[in-house]
Design a protein around this ligand. Sequence first.
Ligand SMILES: Cc1ncc(COP(=O)(O)O)c(C=O)c1O
Length: 371
Amino acid sequence: MPGNYRIADRMSLLDASGIRKVFDLAAKLENPINLSIGQPDFDVPAPAKAEAIAAIERGFNKYTQTQGAADLREAVAAAARREFGWDDDRAYLITSGVSGALLLAFMVTINPGDEVILLDPYFVMYKHLVNLVGGVPVAVATYPDFSPDPARIASAVTDRTTMLVVNSPGNPTGRVYTVDELRAIADLADHHGLLVVSDEIYNSFCYDSPFASMASVCENTLLMRGFSKTYAMTGWRLGWCSGPVEVIEKMTMLQQYSFVCAPSMAQAGGVAAMSCDVSEHVDAYRKKRDMVFEALSGPFGLIKPGGAFYAFVPAPEGATGTEFVARAIDNNVLVIPGNVFSERDTHFRISYATSDEKLAEGLEILLGLAK
Ligand SMILES: Cc1ncc(COP(=O)(O)O)c(C=O)c1O
């Protein structure tokens, strides 16, 4: 039925066709082995659940302060003091997930025509949100081993470049940047006066070396952390952001007129979550990473991912990522084609955030498709 409305032009800048095609194909499957899901298969820590429920029961159901409830901001600041040695004057904003932080940050810092460097492959949201606010995403390839090459990045910088987005450990590659790699990016950003947005939502999932933060080597960093992955709180919509005071102030102002605040009960649960130990889950995910690497390194030439819970696997010789994914789906395994995250269509993404049994089953089927 024709309605008396129109869709704003900016929506034509968003494109969800790649991922939609996969889900359309997958809809035919009765009981797929789903290696496509970007969320942990473990549950929220019990103390966080109990605290959120208690918060609801005691009536903590109203708006919180826009910048976040005082106790959560204090818990976040205390954690940052321990990690970075930051003083108490630091600005923090509690957000509705890292997604909320990204949208606010891009809205308040990107002007139409501003160029934003994304290291390709990149988390799918970056490109679309940059487009939405009128910015120009500039993809800098990190193939074949997903290392951030300073020379390649430097050659993409123009006089319109204002921002660089870093995501380590990364989605979809699982690549973890070393301190030296972060420093090289920081030097470059410093030289060109770029704001670095550092999406560190997978900081807890580092398997071979301690996590290194961009915020510890680069002053001009807008740091984003989340609760979705570390504490399996994807549906609770909670994250936080810290960085240049004026940016955080403007993001807070915009939050006041948009999200208003992060969910109150999630904030209460978040305080409790922060003192929970998730190392058992991280150990389990390290083992899953090892299973994936052992299975796929030889036949597919997979480079060992060091973090998050993804592997970005080259499609076999002669097939595009999309073609291989169609074959995998025909064989009941759901994975995502690389072109959803990249300008190239040469890989596919596995999420190993599933049971060992399902993962083993899925890997065996993928191995059968390797030729
Ligand atoms: C790299 C990255 N950033 C941000 C998000 C969104 O996280 P949140 O649930 O905190 O909005 C995701 C979720 O998959 C992600 O992979």
